[in-house]
Ligand binder design. Sequence first.
Ligand code: MV4
Length: 451
Amino acid sequence: MFKKILIANRGEIALRIIRTCREMGIRTVAIYSTADKDSLHVRFADEAVCIGPPASAESYLNIPKIMAAAEITNADGIHPGYGFLAENADFAEVCQQYDIKFIGPTPDQIRKMGDKVTAKETMIKAGVPVVPGSDGLVKDVKHGKKISADIGYPVIIKATAGGGGKGMRIVWKDEEFETQWDSARKEAKASFGNDGIYIEKFVEEPRHIEFQIAGDQDGNVCHLSERECSIQRRHQKLLEESPSPFMTDELRQKMGDASILAGKAINYEGVGTVEFLVDKYRNFYFMEMNTRIQVEHPVTEEVIDHDLIKEQIKIAAGIPITGENYIPTLHAIECRINAEDPYNNFRPSPGKITSFHSSKGHGVRVDTHVYAGYLIPPYYDSMIAKLICRAQTREECITKMERALDEFIIEGVKTTIPFHKKLMQDEKFRSGDFHTGFLNDFDLGEPEPDK
Ligand code: MV4
C-alpha cells in the first residue's frame, strides 16, 4: 500500500482525496498555487508545497514543478483528481519514469481513449454499439459530403481530439456542409492543435447516460451502475443522478455488458466512465470514455455505498476488485453549486464568501472546500460545492433536495442555488421526461426578492 500520496489538484476534489487517504492511513502532500494558500486542502494535508503563481500553466498544469514536489516529499503515488493533468498520458508516463505510481490508468490506456477515432475503432472491434458514421478520419470536404449523403442528414462533425463539445458542428443539409466543416476544423486546430475530423449520424434529442466501471491489474472489470447526466448547459453538467429515470432492468443489463466490454477491450485499470447517447427508443451508442474520477462520482458512492477514491487507490496498489456489478437500490441526486449568476447567463461570480451555512441532516452530503470568509479566486473553475442527497426513491430524493437547497446559505457571491430550486419544481424534470436539450428552453423566471 502507498505510504504517501501527492494530490495534483485543488478545491473540493483535493479535499475529497485527502479524506480517503486519512481513513486508509496514507500520508498526503498538497500542492498549491499562491492563489490557494488559504485553501482547506493545504490545511488538511500532512504536508503542502507551494508550486507557483495562480496561472494553471505555471502551477497545477506544470509537470516539472509537480514532479519536483513529489521528489522532495518522497511521495510514492500521485492522485491527479479530475481536470488539470488527470487525462494527460505524458504526465502518467513521467510518473512511471520517476517510479511514482500514477493513480489511474496507464499512459497507453489514456491515449487509446483520448483519441476519439481510435476509441471508436476499438469499441467497434470489441462489439460495443457506436453511432453509424465515417470509417475513421475524413480527408476533405468532398469525402465528408459523400459520407454524409450516404448516412443521411442530419450529421455531426466531431474532432478526434475533442470531447466536451469543442470542434463539434451539426449539419442539417448538404449546402451547409462546407461552412460547418471549415469552422469545426479551425476550432479543433485552435483548441487541440489537431484538426482530425470524423462524422456521425446526428442522434436527435438524446439522453446522456454514463456507466461507472472499475478494472483491476488482473483484468477483472465490473460496472457500478449508471448516472443520468442529461441536465447540462453548453456541455457543463449542472445536475447528475443515479439511477437514470429512463433506465429499465433490461437496458441496464445491456449497457452494463457493453461498458464491461469497453473496459476489457483496453485492459482498463482504475475507475472510469463509459459515456453513451441513448435515443428515445432506448438504442444506445458509445460516445467516449473518461479515464479519470469524475466530478459526479458521489452519486454512485451514495447509491452503492462504496468509496470510489478508495477503490482507485486499492487498484493502483495492485489489490484485485471483487468483479461483481453493483445495482443501486437507493436514489441520489447531485446539484453543482457554482459561483455563477444563473440570471446573467451563468456568468462567473468570484469574490469573497461573506456567509456560509451548509445544508445538513439525514441523507444530505456536501462536498466543498469553501467556508465563510473564503475568497473564490477567478483563475479556476467556478464550482464551489456539490450538494448530494440520497433517499429511498427519486420522489423522496427530490423532496429532500428541495429542503436542502432551502437551508443552504451562501452570501457574497451569486450561485446556481436559485437555478436548482426552480429545476426541482419543473414538471418535466420531476417526471423524468427530459433529454440533453432540456435546458435550452428552460425558463428560470424572475429572481426571488431578498428576504
Ligand atoms: C452527439 C450528439 C448527437 N449525435 N453525437 C456532445 C459532447 C460530445 N461528448 C458528444 N456530444 C454529442 N454527440 C451524435 N452522433 C449529441 C451530443 C450532444 C450532447 C451529448 C451529451 C450531453 C450533452 C450534449 C449536448 C449537445 C450535444
